[in-house]
Design a protein around this ligand. Structure first.
Ligand SMILES: [Zn+2]
Length: 259
């Protein structure tokens, strides 16, 4: 099994949106990561980054949210093109696991013709009818597609073992949104890696108990972070945070990989 890490460009943003009440209006550029796992039973994408439209048509596609999250991406960084760096084609993808359906994660939905798209039921509902404060972060055009959805049911299906061999476990990690999920990748040589996506933006959120600047539910956010800290301390999982520029810089990117 191999884990490849990709960057679908960056978001030009502000620090307090990632660390509540800290760095208010301070410029902060964050990576937009997504991941490919090559498993003997099939290739799996975890998230898909920004949509291709952010390259040439971002004002029309992202509209007002550009004031706080401004994507900078080139065509080669769009997930469909980028996976070529790992010798993978869109047709080769068997599952797309979506942490949640925010605009910088769901930009590749519908572009993997043979894939099942794994999402939490709560997330799909919320994405269609979000609370007003989070409306701009969901772009219906990105996810309102005729794809083969595979729906997970929150706590009932927590720690969903994708291939039944313990290598890829989907954790229910609500808080950032109602139906957020994260992925534990148990690599034979590198050890366990926990891909948090937006259930933990940065090392500050992980280590210093700082809340993120955008969330659906603060208490659930704290519980999900507690859970990953426990995974780190108990099984030695390496926590790969969702939007931390400094931590991201230290990781290997495709065409290199972890195995
Ligand atoms: Zn998000």
């Amino acid at each position: 099994m191999q884990l490849y890490m990709f960057e679908a460009g960056i978001l030009q943003s502000q620090k307090h949106l990632f660390t509540l009440n800290q760095g208010v209006h301070e410029p902060f550029n964050v990576p937009v990561p997504f991941f490919l796992i090559k498993h003997p039973k099939g290739n799996v994408l975890f998230d898909t980054g920004n949509a291709l439209e952010t390259v040439n048509d971002k004002h029309n596609h992202w509209k007002g949210i550009l004031e706080v999250y401004d994507p900078v991406m080139i065509e080669e960084q769009w997930c469909v093109n980028a996976i070529k760096n790992a010798d993978c084609t869109p047709e080769d993808i068997k599952y797309v696991v979506l942490s949640h359906l925010h605009l910088d994660h769901a930009g590749g939905v519908g572009h993997f013709p043979n894939a099942r798209y794994i999402v939490q039921r709560e997330e799909l509902h919320f994405a269609y009818v979000p609370d007003p404060y989070m409306k701009a972060a969901y772009i219906r055009k990105d996810f309102d597609k005729e794809v083969d959805w595979m729906i997970l049911e929150g706590w009932q299906q927590d720690r969903f073992d994708l291939f039944g061999d313990g290598s890829l476990i989907i954790y229910f990690t609500p808080g950032h949104t109602p139906g957020h999920q994260a992925l534990l990748v148990n690599l034979p040589n590198s050890g366990p890696m926990f891909l948090t996506a937006d259930s933990c933006y940065t090392e500050k959120n992980l280590n210093e108990g700082v809340l993120p600047g955008l969330m659906w539910n603060a208490a659930e956010t704290v519980r999900s972070v507690e859970r990953m800290r426990h995974l780190r301390d108990s099984i030695g999982a390496r926590i790969i945070t969702g939007h931390d520029p400094a931590a991201w810089k230290l990781l290997r990117k495709a065409p290199e990989w972890y195995d």
